[in-house]
Write a protein that binds this ligand. Structure first.
Ligand code: S3P
Length: 174
């Protein structure tokens, strides 16, 4: 029996939102994106919250949002790239959700979050060498993603619909 929610974790640019929306539609679940809900609740963009209040304050807001989301059912929850780094977040999400880690290579991630999209990601926006920064962050973060996840799916070289189909199959089997 699958759990009540499907939770997508992984680095910025792995397609959590895009693929999560397809999964939600196919499963007949609600789609919830933690960053979007934070922006709605605070009335500021994530990048503004980082600039005005700092990362520590953002992480506290994020923990509250995750705890709230984990109480719901029949949701696909797309999380910000830093969510799985907190034990508290992982613990509550795993209580009600099957956790899927979406991954991709640093080069593919840069092509998705670099250039004109970089300003949206405060942790990458100021890096002089974004590819190097992505590599360093992945080395630090991958152990957390791996530990938090029930399974891993590679998010590159295939159409989002095909990736979503694979995820749904694994979720329904779990
Ligand atoms: C972050 C990822 C972002 C957003 C914030 C911090 C991170 O979400 O939560 O900028 O620490 O990796 P996305 O993964 O949706 O880009």
């Amino acid at each position: 029996m699958p759990k009540a929610n499907l939770v997508l974790i992984g680095f910025m640019g792995t397609g959590k939102t895009r693929i999560g929306k397809i999964c939600a539609r196919e499963l007949g679940f609600a789609f919830r994106d933690s960053d979007t809900l934070i922006e709605r609740k605070i009335g500021r963009r994530v990048s503004d919250i980082f600039r005005e209040r700092g990362e520590t304050a953002f992480r506290a807001i994020e923990r509250e949002m995750i705890a709230e989301l984990a109480q719901g059912t029949e949701q696909v929850i797309s999380t910000g790239g830093g969510v799985a780094l907190s034990d508290a977040n992982v613990e509550v999400l795993r209580e009600t959700g099957t956790v899927l880690w979406l991954s991709a290579s640093p080069e593919v991630l840069l092509s998705r979050v670099g250039g004109k999209n970089a300003y949206k990601r405060p942790l990458l926006a100021s890096a002089p060498d974004p590819l190097q920064k992505i590599r360093e962050m992945l080395i630090e973060r991958e152990p957390y993603y791996r530990d938090a996840a029930d399974f891993n799916v590679l998010s590159e070289n295939r159409r989002p619909g095909d990736i979503a189909e694979q995820i749904i199959r694994r979720f329904l089997e779990s």
